[in-house]
Design a protein around this ligand. Structure first.
Ligand code: SF4
Length: 480
C-alpha cells in the first residue's frame, strides 16, 4: 500500500515545485533569475519580485538523486579540488553548464537502459523472481533507468534548432534540480561559511554575471555587538542599491515588509514543527525535517510556505493526539543527529537506526533556519547567527538546549568531509555533550554530497557502539 502523505507534506511539496516552476517560467519570459546562498536575506530580493534559486538546496537534491559523484567528478575535471565542499563542486559544475543526461540511441531515439539498475522483480505472492539462466534475481523492468552521461547545456544551446538539439535537451535528467535556469546574477552571504565567497565569485566569473555580496564575519562572542549590526545594515543598504541598478526598479518597501512578515510567519511555523520532536515517542523523525529543508530555504518569504508549515503543524498535532508516529519502528532510543545528512546514502543511514530502534529526535541543521525578528537591527542580528558563524559557546548552548528539550539518549556526529568548518569543532563539542549532558556520542565519517567519502560498514559499527553505550547508560540510571 502506498505510504500516506499528510496534507501539510503535500502542500510543502507543491511550494518547492512552484518555486522551481516560477523560476523556469520567468527565465522563459526573459526575466532575471538569480542564484542565492541559503542564508542571504531573501527579503531583499522579494522586494524586487525577483525569482531566486538556491544552489545548496539544488546540490542536496542532486546528491539525493545519486548524481553527486558524477557532478563532483565533473567539477574536479574542471580543475576544482576534491577537498572543496561537495555542494560547491556540484554547483560549480552546473554553473559551467554540466548536466546529467540520459543516454539514447541516435538511430531509434530510445533511451538505453542500464541493466544494473532497477529493483528485484516480485511475483504475485511478493517473492523475488530468480532468473534461471543467471541464478540472480530478475529486475523489475518498470524500475529500470537509462545509462547516465554528462552533457553540457552551453554546447546544446549552441546547436542549430532541430531534432538533435531537442533530443539532447529532452535527455537531460528530468529532476527539477537539473532544470534550474542559469543565473543572471548571484547573491552571496558568507554567514553560512567562507567557502561561499569563493564559490559565488567563481560562478559570477564563469557566467559573467554580477555578484551581490553581504559579508558577515565569524562572531567570536555570543552577543552580536552594535557595531557588527551597523556593518551588516550598511551592506543591506548597498545590496538594495545594487538590486535597484540590476532591475531598474525602486526598492518597494511594502513588498519588503510583506516578505519580512511572511519570513517570520514561516520561521515560527517551522520552529513549531521542529518542536514536535520533543514528544515521546516523537510523531516523526528528524530525517523528515531534513526533507522539509527545501521549503524553508527556498520559500521562506512566500506566504504559501508559512501556510504549508502551519498545516503540517496541525497534522502533527493530530498525530500526537492519536498517539501515532510516522517513524516505521518503535522508538527505543532517541538521538541528536549532528550535521548535514549524507544525502546520497539516506537508506544506508536509516537502516541501522531502524534495526536498533534509534529515532533521530533532534537535529541542529533544521532549526537554524527558523529565525524571527521584529525590525531591521534584529534582522541583521538574526542573519549573523548561522551554525558556522557562531562561536563554540553559542554552538554548544544551542545543541545542548535541543538535546535537553528533545530528551536524547545519545548523539550521532557526522564528520562531514565537505563541511570542514562544521566538523572541525565537533570533537570538542562531543566532549562537552558527554560532560554536560551525560550522554554518549559516536562519530562517523561521511559526506553530504560525495558518496565516495562514506563507508556503510564503519557507520554501522559506530551506530552499534552508540546503541551499546546508550543501553549501558540506561541500565546504570535504572540501577540507581
Ligand atoms: S557550510 Fe559546509 S556544507 Fe555548507 S557550503 Fe559551507 S562548507 Fe559546504
Amino acid at each position: 500500500m502506498a505510504k500516506q502523505v499528510s496534507p501539510g507534506v503535500l502542500a510543502l511539496r507543491k511550494v518547492v515545485d512552484d518555486v522551481h516552476k516560477d523560476a523556469r517560467e520567468a527565465k522563459a519570459r526573459g526575466e532575471l533569475v538569480g542564484w542565492s546562498s541559503s542564508k542571504f536575506p531573501c527579503e531583499l530580493a522579494a522586494a524586487f519580485d525577483l525569482n531566486v534559486m538556491y544552489p545548496e538546496n539544488q546540490a542536496a537534491g542532486i546528491a539525493a538523486n545519486r548524481y553527486g559523484e558524477m557532478m563532483c567528478q565533473a567539477a574536479e575535471d574542471l580543475g576544482y579540488d576534491n577537498d572543496i565542499c561537495g555542494y560547491a563542486r556540484i554547483s560549480l559544475a552546473y554553473a559551467a553548464g554540466v548536466r546529467v543526461s540520459r543516454k539514447y540511441d541516435p538511430e531509434t531515439g530510445e533511451y538505453i537502459i542500464d541493466p544494473s539498475t532497477g529493483k528485484p522483480l516480485k511475483d504475485a505472492d511478493g517473492n523475488v523472481v530468480i532468473d534461471e539462466a543467471t541464478g540472480q534475481p530478475k529486475k523489475d523492468p518498470k524500475t529500470q533507468t537509462p545509462f547516465l552521461q554528462l552533457d553540457n547545456i552551453n554546447d546544446i544551446n549552441a546547436l542549430p534548432d532541430g531534432p538533435e538539439k531537442e533530443r539532447r535537451m529532452e535527455a537531460i535528467s528530468p529532476i527539477r534540480q537539473m532544470r534550474i535556469p542559469q543565473p543572471d546574477f548571484v547573491l552571496c552571504c558568507n554567514n553560512i561559511c567562507n567557502c561561499m565567497t569563493k564559490w559565488y565569485e567563481n560562478i559570477a566569473r564563469m557566467c559573467n554575471v554580477p555578484l551581490i555580496m553581504v559579508d558577515i564575519p565569524y562572531n567570536n562572542t555570543v552577543e552580536v555587538h552594535d557595531e557588527n549590526v551597523k556593518y551588516v545594515r550598511a551592506q543591506f543598504d548597498k545590496a538594495i542599491k545594487q538590486l535597484e541598478e540590476l532591475t531598474g526598479k525602486k526598492f518597494d518597501e511594502k513588498k519588503f515588509e510583506q516578505a519580512c512578515a511572511n519570513a517570520n510567519r514561516t520561521a515560527k511555523a517551522w520552529l513549531k514543527v521542529c518542536d514536535y520532536l520533543q514528544y515521546k515517542p516523537a510523531p516523526y523523525s528528524g530525517f523528515d525535517l531534513f526533507n522539509h529543508m527545501a521549503d524553508v530555504v527556498t520559500a521562506r518569504a512566500r506566504v504559501e510556505a508559512a501556510e504549508a508549515f502551519e498545516l503540517l503543524a496541525e497534522d502533527l498535532e493530530e498525530t500526537v493526539k492519536k498517539g501515532e508516529t510516522t517513524t516505521p519502528f518503535p522508538e527505543k532510543y532517541r538521538v541528536m543527529f549532528e550535521g548535514i545528512p549524507c544525502w546520497p546514502k539516506l537508506p544506508a543511514l536509516f537502516k541501522p537506526l531502524k534495526a536498533n530502534g534509534v529515532n533521530v529526535t533532534a537535529v541542529v541543521y533544521a532549526p537554524a533556519f527558523g529565525f524571527v525578528y521584529n525590525n531591521m537591527d534584529e534582522m541583521a542580528r538574526a542573519y549573523y547567527k548561522a551554525p558556522n558563524s557562531v562561536c563554540i559557546e553559542q554552538g554548544v548552548d544551542w545543541r545542548e538546549g535541543i538535546c535537553r528539550d528533545n530528551k536524547v539518549d545519545g548523539v550521532l556526529v557526522h564528520y562531514n568531509r565537505s563541511c570542514k568548518p562544521w566538523s572541525g569543532y565537533m570533537a570538542e563539542m562531543q566532549r562537552r555533550f558527554t560532560e554536560d549532558l551525560g550522554v554518549p556520542c559516536a562519530g562517523f565519517d561521511g559526506d553530504q554530497a560525495d558518496p565516495r567519502n562514506f563507508n556503510a560498514a564503519q557507520y554501522e559499527t559506530r551506530v552499534q557502539g552508540l546503541v551499546e553505550a546508550m543501553e549501558a547508560n540506561k541500565q546504570a540510571k535504572e540501577a540507581k
